[in-house]
Ligand binder design. Structure first.
Ligand code: CA
Length: 223
């Protein structure tokens, strides 16, 4: 069972996709335009997006680029397009899409592609994250550097995990705060003090720092 957001302005298509996916055990939500979709994406965590390219206002490609601006969003995206042209497909992949389907299509084929994407994505969700000589065992919640286990606080662990998932990409302070505290960050310096103690454990005892501050933009975890 997966949580799927269907973004399609043609009601009949949206309904037939929705009915079929529901019938096969998935939970679906709908949006008929890009703005509604991006708001829903911010409030919920979906396992997959089905995006029509031809949407009113912001089109599906623009919406995909917007969603992919968040380095933490690795949710698979399946494009629907009526335009059977090579450049549209390439633009779809360029925007960060994972697969596409040309309209008109059989809902059974859509389901097969949805399930294939979900499976592939699930397999990619590694249990062990490795950044240089730092490892995070996400199953057991164990952090180690140079094979030496490091005890970090629960918030420190969440910060590290968030940075590791996005690595080598940058995570903004805002994205980090939202990831850790949702809407209610305790105070503006909370991230700074948690990072301070995290650095003391992760970076200080070793020869090279892995946690980097990018001035006025955010943080990244890399060599
Ligand atoms: Ca459309």
């Amino acid at each position: 069972m997966a949580n799927i957001l269907i973004v399609e302005d043609q009601m009949d298509i949206a309904e037939s996709i929705g009915d079929f996916l529901t019938l096969h055990g998935h939970v679906v939500d709908f949006a008929a335009d890009g703005l509604t979709a991006s708001n829903l994406a911010m409030q919920n965590s979906f396992d997959l997006y089905v995006l029509d390219i031809g949407l009113p206002g912001m089109n599906g490609l623009e919406l995909c680029k917007l969603l992919r601006q968040n380095p933490l969003l690795t949710t698979p995206i399946l494009f629907l397009t009526a335009r059977d042209r090579l450049e549209d497909k390439l633009a779809g992949f360029d925007a960060g899409g994972d697969d596409y389907l040309i309209k008109p299509f059989q809902v059974a084929e859509l389901l097969a592609r949805v399930n294939a994407l979900l499976k592939r994505c699930h397999n990619n969700n590694e249990l062990l994250l490795t950044i240089a000589d730092l490892t995070i065992d996400t199953k057991q919640g164990i952090v180690a550097r140079k094979e030496k286990t490091i005890n970090v606080s629960p918030i420190g662990y969440q910060i590290l995990l968030t940075l590791a998932k996005a690595s080598p990409n940058l995570v903004t302070r805002q994205q980090l705060e939202t990831e850790i505290w949702q809407d209610i960050a305790p105070d503006s310096d909370a991230i700074r003090s948690h990072l301070y103690s995290l650095r003391k454990k992760i970076d200080k005892p070793f020869d090279r720092p892995l946690i980097h501050t990018v001035s006025k933009r955010g943080f990244r975890l890399c060599e």
